[in-house]
Structures are given as structure tokens and as C-alpha cells.
Design a protein around this ligand. Structure first.
Ligand code: F6R
Length: 366
């Protein structure tokens, strides 16, 4: 049942080239410039005319929502808010008729997300579900939706469901932006092609598993980790920290790299590994300076860098490479080495990564 792997988590990480492919298959057709998603096609006017998009989710799914915030705002020019379901449901939020709520959930059964949606639905919001579990409560409650088609996720720490969520949300953003006229045809096709190239590029990352395993061995005894990223890679830093906490019980924090100066930099010394999601994008020069700041304080830098980059790998103590890709699509690649890093640290420490203590696969109580 684990398909020859030691753990579901590793199996599910390794399945990502196929699960992402399955998610895109039959939907994204770059050669003809089409993205076919009935949940969107049937509601395109509502989505294009949305005054605001509110994304509601928990945990890893909330991180997928944060990535979506960046590209929905950039590509569709629609204001986006990303809410923790547990906070949203209790604080009497303002919901208006033109609001579109996007619910993101692997299980489709998370209690806080479900109740937040019920409340928003009563107030007249349009609910779009990005869900993995077919026929689940959140899928049924939504007015429309798109499944992630990632297959059953058994490992408690979410991996393939996250990249499936990103793939669905990216197709959604592209479709809405193109229908709205906020991106031109060339950019639309360029991003479709980038997205189409993801499964192959994930395979390349998975082929370098030995490097990542060695890095895990080297840092497994650290007491704390810091994860930093900017822009599209900021949510990846949060997700990297969450994965590490879940499966290795090492304290880890994710931060926007520039926020470091406002507090966390006080933690940096020769015992602190700092993981940078530092692929080539518009923030590259800035992130290079942030890496220098950590090095100057003797922190150990582990970088996720773009293949071909020489500057960051030269400064970093250790580097995990990912293929160069459009920055909008980058998170779906840069998260993969971080999933593997957490997995191998958890294993090296002898923990049951598939069933971390205190965690449940689906949180059906508040
Ligand atoms: C992290 C993880 C949790 C879930 C969260 C939401 O690895 O698995 O943080 O992401 O409980 O669950 P879903 O997506 O099922 O609503």
C-alpha cells in the first residue's frame, strides 16, 4: 500500500509529478490556450466581477491561500484576503453580496472551515471550494468548485494536496485574469506553459533526494530553525516551517525575509540553521542581502536556489536546487525540497512521520 516506500509521506511527496499532472490533465491545454474548469466556466461572471475574494482555510491549506493572494492580486487585480477559518468564523466578519469566498481544504471536513463557510453562505457570499476529498462536506456546501485530484492523502503532514491546491488555484487565477482582460494573451500562454512544465521539474527535484537527505543528517540536531522567503516564496517559508515542526518536533518559524530585522534576527548565531526559499525572481537581489545578513551573524544558511544560480549557492552552507521557472509558479517547486528536508529530519530523529504525535489527519473538532 505504500508502493515500496517506507512511509506514506515519502510516497506522497514522490507522487507529486503524477498528482500535479492529473490535476492539470484535461483542464490546461497550453497549445490551444484553453483552461477548462466547469466550476469556473459556469460562474465566470460572478468570479470576474468579484469585488473581493476572501480565502478561508487552516494550516497548510491556508498557506496555499497565501500563495493565491499574491497571484490573484497580481494577475486578476481583485483584492484578496486570506483568513484563518477559526478567526473568520468568530469575529463577525463583513461579508457583502459581491464577495467570493474560496475555501481550501484537503479533507473537506475541517470543522472551522465548514462553519465559517456556512455563515458566509447565509450572508449571501458565493462559495467556491478547492477540495481534495470528493463528496466531502465542504465540497457539498460550496456553490461551485474544483477538485485537486491528488488522490487519498494518508500521511498526516500534507504534501501532495498542497501542490494540487496550488495547481488548481493557479489555473483559476489564470482563467479569471484572462476573462477579465487583466493579463494579455502572451502572458497567459507563457504562464500556462510554465505550469505545464511543473510535473517534469518536480521529477528533477526528486532525483536529487540524496543531497537533501545529507543536509537533513547534518542539521537534524538543531533546536530551532528559521525559514525565510519573500513574495511568492514567503508562504513557502511558512509551509517549510510547519512541515518541520509537524514531523521532526523541532521548533521552526517562518517569516517574510525582510521582517527578520524587526525581531527574529536576534535569534541568529552559529547554532541556528536558516532556510531560505531564494529562487530567481524580482526579489532576488534583496534576498541575497538577507542571506548576507545571516552569514554575517554566523547563522547556517540552507538555500533553495534556482538551477544555474551561483551567487546564493556560494554564500550558503548548503543548497537544494530547483529548476528555473516563472516566479508566479515557483512556490509549487520550491516547497518540494522543504517537504523532503522535513521528512528526512523526522526519519533521522526516529519519529513516525506519518502519524506525528498530537495531530489528526482531519480536524473535525474546533
Ligand atoms: C499540515 C496539515 C494541516 C492541515 C489543516 C487543514 O500538514 O495537514 O495543517 O492542512 O488541518 O486541513 P484541510 O486541508 O483538510 O482542511
Amino acid at each position: 500500500e505504500k508502493g515500496g516506500y517506507d512511509h506514506f509521506m515519502l510516497k506522497e511527496i514522490n507522487e507529486q509529478p503524477e498528482t500535479i499532472f492529473d490535476c492539470l490533465r484535461g483542464r490546461l491545454i497550453a497549445t490551444t490556450g484553453q483552461i477548462i474548469m466547469s466550476g469556473i466556466d459556469n460562474n465566470i461572471d460572478i468570479l470576474v466581477n468579484a469585488q473581493r475574494i476572501v480565502i478561508v482555510a487552516c494550516g497548510t491549506s491556508w498557506h496555499a491561500g497565501l500563495v493565491a493572494e499574491y497571484f490573484f492580486e497580481e494577475l486578476c487585480r481583485i483584492p484578496v484576503e486570506v483568513e484563518y477559518a477559526s478567526e473568520f468564523r468568530y469575529r463577525n466578519p463583513i461579508i457583502s453580496k459581491g464577495d467570493v469566498i474560496i475555501a481550501i481544504s484537503q479533507s473537506g471536513e475541517t470543522a472551522d472551515t465548514l462553519v465559517a463557510l456556512e455563515n458566509a453562505k447565509e450572508q449571501g457570499a458565493f462559495i467556491f471550494g478547492v477540495v481534495n476529498a470528493v463528496g466531502s462536506s465542504i465540497a457539498r456546501l460550496s456553490h461551485a468548485g474544483a477538485y485537486t485530484h491528488s488522490g487519498p492523502e494518508i500521511g498526516v503532514a500534507s504534501t501532495k494536496a498542497f501542490t494540487g491546491q496550488l495547481a488548481v488555484l493557479m489555473m483559476m487565477g489564470l482563467k479569471i485574469a484572462y476573462a477579465k482582460g487583466t493579463i494579455d494573451h502572451n502572458r497567459y500562454v507563457e504562464l500556462m506553459k510554465s505550469l505545464e512544465s511543473v510535473p517534469e521539474k518536480v521529477k528533477e527535484i526528486l532525483a536529487n533526494v540524496d543531497t537533501i537527505k545529507a543536509i537533513a543528517e547534518k542539521y537534524k540536531d538543531a533546536k530551532d530553525f528559521l525559514f525565510l522567503g519573500r513574495g511568492y516564496n514567503f508562504p513557502v517559508a511558512l509551509e517549510g516551517a510547519l512541515k518541520l515542526k509537524e514531523v521532526s518536533y523541532i521548533h521552526a518559524e517562518g517569516y517574510p525575509a525582510a521582517e527578520m530585522k524587526h525581531g527574529p534576527i536576534a535569534l541568529v548565531d552559529e547554532n541556528l540553521p536558516v532556510v531560505f526559499a531564494a529562487t530567481k525572481d524580482r526579489y532576488y537581489e534583496k534576498i541575497v542581502s538577507n542571506v548576507q545578513e545571516i552569514k554575517a551573524r554566523k547563522g547556517k544558511v540552507i538555500a533553495v536556489a534556482s538551477m544555474g544560480d551561483e551567487v546564493i549557492p556560494n554564500m550558503a552552507n548548503d543548497t537544494m536546487f530547483v529548476s528555473d521557472i516563472d516566479e508566479v509558479i515557483a512556490p509549487i517547486l520550491s516547497v518540494v525540497p522543504l517537504q523532503l528536508l522535513s521528512y528526512f529530519i523526522g526519519i533521522a530523529k526516529g519519529f513516525d512521520v506519518d502519524k506525528p504525535r498530537n495531530l489528526a489527519k482531519s480536524v473535525t473538532v474546533e
